[in-house]
Design a protein around this ligand. Sequence first.
Ligand SMILES: [Zn+2]
Length: 168
Amino acid sequence: MTITDLLSRLDGVRSRAHGKWSARCPAHPDKSPSLSIREVDGKVLLHCFGGCTPEEIVGALGLDLKDLFTDSPTPHGQRPIAKLQKLDLVDVAFRFEMAALDRRLRAEWTLKAVENFNGDNLSDEDRDRLMKVVARAYADRDQAEFLETVADDFRLKAFHERTNRHAA
Ligand SMILES: [Zn+2]
């Protein structure tokens, strides 16, 4: 995925500075452009000032976090592909692990908080809300598991890369 591909999927894209854009966030009803997009060293960084996570944003675009690694030069032609090939796999794995940990902690806090909660006196509306929060916690846990698998993948790749290099 190139940065141009990504930008073409977004609404209200405006170029801010070299390698920086703003757009309407696809993950929440966004009137002002709350999404900021940056391209740094073959990686696209997304930040929504409305509080959406990068996963939610790429999810809303039908993409995956892995798609945020751009595989060709930017429109400015600044980043050679070779740079991406030398991506520090251990660093990438670490980032995925941190994202997983983030989800896992959020899920655990939520589930712990509702564990001893007596919902008897809740209105239907509040009960619905509570169910949504719990569902979200389980979804977080699933996502964490997925991110951990991705992290493991990268670590394995990094390991093989190193062994191959030593063997050669
Ligand atoms: Zn958003």
